[in-house]
Write a protein that binds this ligand. Sequence first.
Ligand code: GLN
Length: 492
Amino acid sequence: MSDASLTETSAYELAQRIAKREITATETTRAFLDQIAAHDDTLHAFNETYSGAALAQAAAIDTALDRGEKLGTLAGVPIALKDNLCTVEGRTTCSSKMLQNFYSPYDATVVKRLKAAGAVFVGKTNLDEFAMGSSTENSAFGPTRNPWNTRCVPGGSSGGSAAAVAGRLCAAALGSDTGGSIRQPAALCGIVGLKPTYGLVSRYGLVAFASSLDQIGPMTRDVRDAALILNAIAGPDIKDSTSWPQTPPDYLMDIDKPPEKIRIGLPKEFFGDGLSPEVATAVHTAVDFFRRNGAEIVPVSLPHTRYGIAAYYVIAPAEASSNLARYDGVHYGHRTTQASDLFELYAASRAEGFGPEVQRRVMLGTYALSSGYYDAYYLRAQRVRQLIKDDFDRAFELCDVIISPTTPDAAFELGAKSNDPLAMYLCDVFTVTCNIAGIPGMSVPCGFSSSGLPIGMQMLGPVFSESTMLRLARLYELAHDWQKRRPMIASV
Ligand code: GLN
């Protein structure tokens, strides 16, 4: 098998073929490392790669297989990790100057679980600093580029993971999603991204942004791979008190069995002003496919969607301002050399260590939580949160899954929105309500724009409905070939 076809093979098939000894973990890892060597100068998907460690891990897997040992479900599969997931290997930077030289003393639970399943880690991927952004331009280490058009952003904040998967620089990746950071870059890079139900995947070892919204999830080239990765990372964890105590189902088990008698809800609020006609057409065409395949399509209403962005941009910064208080130049992270007393040490370390967007969020959040404004902003946002949840509860009485666009438009050019925070925040208009309600959401490729950029549809379901969503998405992908198209990465 040639190297090129190895990097075209799904994570699921790679795992099968490695287990059957048709291919080795070493040649598989090498094929992806070659792709990184060929394209990462252009894409800058990675903050750090682990070539040596990855090849050693792969060799150990091949040796164990030689001995006839039975290994985990991901044995030998090259995977990338968003650089806000703690790893003992290498640095964990959150693409921030603040953590530029931070070495975590422990692995995140998801990292431990992937390791136990035999995954080979190829490196840590770029993100918007502390996962705040929608384009990966807020990275302190420079932006990532979209493999489909290197003048365009890959989305964010998990833009490095999305570009790495789409560009075949790894077989699959993990991202984190607080308001859309898995689904939005997945849509813009033409891959599958799944944000699980809040509590399904442990957040232990994910550098906290907004703890009541953050979830880790798979970013993969196809739906079956998302199920495979979710199987490895989901499930209770004593180290995360918000993790759901029950054992999750096997998401791969019925993955090829389409759900029966499915009712798909179309929320009118997601198809209004500001949606690009090309995206609307692609999503409607996908909905027609489901209709032809026996789904009942029902109109639903999520009237409080219009307050989603406002509520999110109070709640998320409020939690962030509290979570980021720990970076004080004393405990860990960047420490200024320009301070003569403790207060100056705090102020200057933070001013030097945090980039402009992070500072903006800390100020927004601190303001919203300050006495006198707490009721007007934070408390009111929490009330809106309840109303948004209630909207979904009502909608899910009428339907099993909601389908919408993931983003208002396809990828935009670098720099197009970076001087306009509000325009950037509006990229999240369809994704934030899912985190606010704690429900699962997924982006699935559903077409291309006239300029050849990918388009994603979003599926939303009631809590713990991942199995249904995955099976529905799988039905769709088996009948389409969007995932088989491959970007020609043009150097810049
Ligand atoms: N774009 C959103 C923000 O900037 C979402 C980020 C995320 O999900 N991590 O807050």
